[in-house]
Write a protein that binds this ligand. Structure first.
Ligand code: BG6
Length: 296
């Protein structure tokens, strides 16, 4: 989106656009109650900090900022498939929109001191090659004491389509070894580091090694704790899966955009519809998934 087209969405003293690393454009929000940075590349929120609280989101120091690569950290957006491509493993994982250039469609400064940025993204000839449906997505980000994310997928085709989606949130934690995720006890999960076996969660999720799990039927609030202190909570609407991921030492350091022993500094608790909870969307309909992040 050309800079001159973006200028009409700026709000004096509250929201402006600037170029970040790699020349990628980001919205910089400094609302009364919180601040944030959002790249149009992948609609990736890379920073959120409520007033008088520490930054909530982890962003890798070695993230790439290249058009073909997702940003490592913050909240990459995943659509229309989660994990490997449904039929062709040579196509990259986690869909197409996390590396697309999104458009700004609206901004607003709200009476309660929060600021709204609305982004949109449409199918292109390139996306149709790897997923044969037209789509339109509107993503509304509200920055205040909390970070509120509304992800709306529209089906403009004449046939239904089936999709998966995720808001792949990386949370800052002081030490993954002392981190716990509460809110999933008693639920079933697919253990991606144990051949996809289905297991049951007992107590909070703790991290002793690589952890990559898809919790199914999990609409409830999750809270992240470290050193017995609450860090943040994630509540959601119309999301039935929750993914919990930390790559551990070996895999974390093997990822060039995460290398340098950064792996103990984050946990991903993702708001998802995938696997058991794929969405079938009829022509002309829309599906909305919402996630609210509340720093402690
Ligand atoms: C998680 C997946 O959501 O994302 C993991 O469950 C994956 O399997 C991780 O490794 C990171 O994926 P990527 O493509 O961003 O490296």
């Amino acid at each position: 989106m050309a800079t001159r087209d973006l200028e009409r969405f700026a709000i004096a003293d509250v929201l402006h656009f600037e170029q970040g690393p790699g020349g990628l454009t980001k919205a910089v929000i400094t609302a009364q109650r919180g601040s944030a940075e959002i790249y149009l590349h992948g609609a990736t929120v890379t920073h959120f900090q409520a007033k008088n609280k520490p930054p909530t989101l982890f962003l890798s120091k070695t993230s790439l900022y290249q058009p073909a690569k997702p940003i490592r950290g913050g909240i990459p957006v995943i659509f229309p498939w989660f994990g490997p491509h449904p039929t062709d493993k040579s196509i990259g994982q986690h869909g197409v929109v996390r590396t697309m250039e999104w458009e700004v469609s609206d901004t607003a400064s709200n009476d309660n001191g929060s600021v709204m940025l609305e982004l949109e993204c449409r199918s292109t000839p390139e996306t149709l090659k790897v997923w044969p449906y037209e789509f339109y997505i509107r993503y509304t980000i509200v920055v205040g004491d909390t970070l509120d994310l509304l992800f709306e997928v529209h089906n403009p085709n004449t046939a239904p389509f089936v999709f998966e989606e995720a808001l792949h949130t990386y949370f800052n934690v002081p030490d993954i070894g002392k981190t716990e995720v509460h809110g999933l006890a008693g639920t079933e999960f697919i253990d991606k580091v144990d051949g996809g076996k289905r297991k049951h969660q007992q107590g909070p999720v703790v991290f002793t090694t690589e952890t990559d799990r898809v919790y199914v039927n999990t609409p409830a609030v999750c809270t992240i704790h470290c050193n017995d202190q609450k860090i943040a909570s994630v509540s959601k609407q119309n999301s039935l899966a929750t993914v919990v991921w930390n790559p551990g030492r070996e895999k974390g350091n093997a990822l060039a955009d995460l290398s340098g022993d950064q792996w103990p500094k984050f946990v991903c608790v993702e708001t998802v519809n995938a696997i058991d909870h794929k969405i079938t969307l009829n022509p002309g309909n829309q599906h909305s998934m919402r996630c609210t992040i509340v720093p402690a």
